[in-house]
Design a protein around this ligand. Structure first.
Ligand SMILES: NC(=O)c1ccc[n+]([C@@H]2O[C@H](COP(=O)([O-])OP(=O)(O)OC[C@H]3O[C@@H](n4cnc5c(N)ncnc54)[C@H](OP(=O)(O)O)[C@@H]3O)[C@@H](O)[C@H]2O)c1
Length: 286
């Protein structure tokens, strides 16, 4: 398993994105626990979840609670696992469509952060991200709340997610070296965040790709994965492994957090850790 430094945490470059296990269309509690146990057993030591990873109306089964239970019932070394969570989004139904309302009000963020620690069953969260900017609150005010959570020991380190370079600079100015990671969408179908990826490399911040395989919001342009299928055929592996290996090859600051609804897919994704792409293949993939 490939290990890298996610700020102060020495952890696996491939983390487990927990979201599909608890938002709508999940396959139930037991499959969720089995899927998390399968990735931990395979050596994954980084789990990514969020306060808002639940199906709207089903708050009793949140991602954070599932992660807590999976770690409590796992026979392996819990202390080796870095758990990241996020605050600043909620869930709701808009008609028959599940949506992600933003909530960056400082007093709410403080409450969410404390609820996250409780749900995860920890005194101090390893890594706490601001999930997404709430346009009704100046970004700096939300980030001040994150700083308060760090000052109070609710979280040890902070990250920001879905940020522009300008927002990242606001967060850096407030959080200083306790800001260790940026989590932005990045994949062959979503390359718009290349500027923040490059900026993180320059600053020495971890860049964590969310929905690294394109995510669950179909349809998207499947043809973007064709070059990856071509390279995958030559290696005899899934194209998803090639995508993840290509993302990790973008720099030592790169992390990926593929999601999965079942053990088989996360176990396949974790094998990307051992997949080495040649310079020619990387040049071909771009
Ligand atoms: N910060 C944010 O705003 C934000 C937003 C979205 C997501 N995230 C994070 O990013 C994580 C990953 O995102 P995601 O779950 O949307 O998308 P993803 O990782 O891009 O894709 C997950 C989908 O790919 C399939 N898959 C995964 N590995 C596979 C493999 N090796 N072979 C074949 N299929 C494979 C899964 O299939 P199965 O369904 O068959 O298992 C699942 O449906 C989330 O869990 C969450 O932690 C963060």
């Amino acid at each position: 398993m490939l290990y890298r430094d996610l700020g102060p945490f020495r952890t696996t470059a491939i983390g487990h994105g927990e979201m599909p296990l608890t938002i709508e269309n999940n396959r139930g509690h037991d499959v969720g626990i089995d899927t998390l146990h399968a990735s931990l057993d395979a050596g994954c030591r980084h789990i990514d979840t969020a306060w808002a990873y639940y199906t709207p109306g089903e708050e009793e089964q949140t991602g954070e609670k599932l992660v807590r239970e999976a770690l409590a019932t796992w026979k392996g070394p819990r202390e080796e696992v870095t758990v990241a969570t996020k605050i600043g989004l909620r869930r709701a139904w808009e008609g028959d469509k599940p949506v992600w309302p933003r909530d960056g009000k400082p007093e709410h963020l403080i409450a969410y952060g404390k609820q996250s620690a409780m749900a995860l069953g920890v005194d101090t969260i390893d890594l706490l991200y601001m999930h997404r900017h709430d346009p009704e609150v100046p970004y700096g005010e939300s980030i001040e709340a994150l700083r308060q959570l760090l000052d109070e020991g609710v979280a040890q380190y902070a990250g920001v997610s879905n940020v522009t370079i300008e927002q990242l600079d606001i967060a850096r100015a407030i959080l200083g070296d306790r800001l260790v990671a940026v989590q932005n969408q990045y994949s062959p179908i979503h390359l718009d965040t290349q500027d923040t990826l490059d900026y993180c490399a320059k600053l020495g911040l971890a860049f964590v790709c969310w929905s690294p395989l394109g995510g669950y919001r179909h349809p998207y342009d499947e043809s973007k994965f064709d070059p990856f299928r071509q390279v995958a055929a030559a290696h005899g592996v899934s194209y998803q492994q090639v995508v993840l290996a290509w993302e990790l090859a973008k720099g030592d600051h790169m992390f990926v957090i593929p999601g999965a609804h079942r053990p088989e897919t996360i176990l396949d994704s974790l094998k990307a850790s051992d997949l080495e792409l040649t310079p020619d293949e990387l040049a071909f993939l771009g």
